[in-house]
Design a protein around this ligand. Sequence first.
Ligand code: F58
Length: 792
Amino acid sequence: MTAAQFRDAILRHLTYALGKDPEHAQVQDWRMALSLAVRDQIVDSWFAATRKSYAEQAKRVYYLSMEFLIGRLLEDGIVNLRLVDQARGALEELGQDYDTVLADEPDAALGNGGLGRLAACFLESLSTLGCPAYGYGLRYEHGLFRQSFKDGRQIEAPETWLLQQHAWEFERPEARFRLGFGGTVDVKGETATWSPAEFVEAEAYDTPIVGWKGRWANTLRLWSAKAVDPFDLDSFNRGDFAGAAEPEALARTISRVLYPDDTTGPGKELRLKQEYFLTASALRDILRRFDSEYDDLGLLPSKVAIQLNDTHPAIAGPELVRLLLDERGMGFEDAMATAQACLSYTNHTLLPEALESWGEDLFGKLLPRHLQIVDRIDDAHAKANPSRKVSARADGQVKMGELSFIMAHKVNGVSALHSGLMTTTVFEELHRLHPDRILNQTNGVTPRRWLLSCNPRLSSLITDTIGSGWVDDLEQLKGLESHVDDAEWLARYAAAKHDNKAELAAWMAETQGVTVDPAMMFDVQIKRLHEYKRQHLNILEAIAHWQEIKANPDVGWTPRVKIFAGKAAPGYFFAKDIIRLINDVSEVINADEETRHLLQVVFLPNYNVTLAERLIPAADLSEQISTAGKEASGTGNMKFALNGALTVGTLDGANVEIREQVGSENFFLFGMTADEVDARRAIDGHAAKAIANDTRLKSALEAIETGLFSPDEPTRYANIVENLTGPDYFLVTTDFTDYWRAQREVDSAYGDQDAWMRMAALNTARSGWFSSDRTIRGYMGDIWNARSLLED
Ligand code: F58
């Protein structure tokens, strides 16, 4: 497609699809017109892919996830179709600025963090690899809340991505399923008839996800909840207008809001409804598609692979058994074996409080037949494993981790360390009973978005150096290694990083009113706020660093700006206190004329995918400082390394593999190992001991405790201080001393810019392993037994 053809297509859409005269069109009209022109191109490969999947009777992969953190889609589409120059040229001819038009698109924030972003990277890689696949999720009207700060405190506001026109989805009013909740069960022998008390309808919205070079496109199908009878005419006729609209409002609640990480009380019931709503709609859709091609349910496992993204869709086990048993006439044993052969489960956390379980009263109230089936599954498992102690139903709870494990033929962790820990902690017994079930698939990220598109400067240098094959074969980055000792090449690498930093600094000045010097080291920690991720360790070190600079101003400090971004779950008060502390510290430190050229702290509001795309290419230092054993993998850590930021990190999650890949000499390691953590925690008074041994730590804590950063309310952070000086479960104080040491090594390494850039370039060159294409190939081969339909 030429720029001229593209221009004509944009004008056609602007005029006939949007009904706008170019003379009066606003930026969002141009953005919509451009998106529709791009979408046309995607639809062609989408249809071709669908036809081919049917023609070849291929096995399909179904990725069930409560979250798809896709961010913006326009640039992704343009980049993958390799239409960047044409789109730029076409808009220029039309008098529009390409970057402004792209920046108008809202982020689709249908996820909390890494788990949701991983699902989005996986969809893109599935398309790039030509593996027939569907993502199934919920079409939340409101994604993750919008974050702002008031007096340093996090303020949450609803996110409203659908207020603006959305170019990518196709509403499918004909693709609807009616789903039930509650009611009664009439058991007759093996099978039963469930008569739900309440119904809701699921309507599909499809978004095509195009792979690299537009060779294949899969579908992201999101479900939206609608009332069975949207409008109560009797109420309306009585003049009860609010009552007339109630059925619709109640039903829509199910897909109204993405759950943040703080589910309690009445919220839990809605969350379980959401999970069933997603899963039951997806399974009906999967069986409908299967029925359109085959009439032998025995073929199901050879045609259908269903991946459970964490336990959130774990009800798929009992639901699939129920559909096969009660509605399709299969015997229980066959139904269970068939379901197991189709299902597999990915675990994303070992934190006990994050493993889902449901009170059996609630579960039985909403899903009475499923509770019976859980018991049958449990009985069958107990019978086959007479020695077992674990069960899917225990202590009045339905345990979704155990249920998922039992119902899956494969269970995977997301980094080597995490998968190993699964076998010795949460799933120890189940692993002993089923030693072949757990396997590892280390996470990855899509290089199209996380290098090619977010970092055009570095991408061009790479392509100039080794050609463009790296884009879908990331291991080719190894070819850069032979250039890192070439001073001229390294200077180009350094220039790309410098220009990315200058661009970020300009953006921060313009939009945040913060001035930072691009010559300073950009030290970045961006991720959900959580005690285990230890943003408070980072800010404690910043305080100590500031105090030390003040005490010894003339020892040649390396200038650094610490950049934070991330959201705290609205009900996680400790995490919100950490945000406020960072903002308070930032205010004091940044106002210090003596030190501000050497140390600044910035907390950028409203972290999302787009902000990550801005920050990662400009980072020098990547903070991956979780308590060892707690971060399942991390994926931000991979994006940073790929874009040439050096990591200061613990031996946790995928950091271990990053360090192995890039070389220990190009990674700043500190802290306890996962094995040491438990022993240390068992020591009485471990925090007091750590503090007594480190005067810097002691004085940083004192500064907080005495209200240096909150003079109007000196006790504001009493809670944080009490925690850190008392239980300190995440061992911030123990790891502080070694973290300080590592940070000073970082300082001196950064002082030698040539050596630093060489290390940065080696990080890029050796990050090929962290492509989500590699991860998806692993799933296809080891878990799904699925194949690519692309011909090379
Ligand atoms: C993340 N989990 C892990 N959960 O923390 C991270 O180590 C890993 O790299 C990533 O998954 C991908 O495997 C995660 O993001 C959530 O966001 C939960 C979703 C449900 C509500 C509670 C948070």
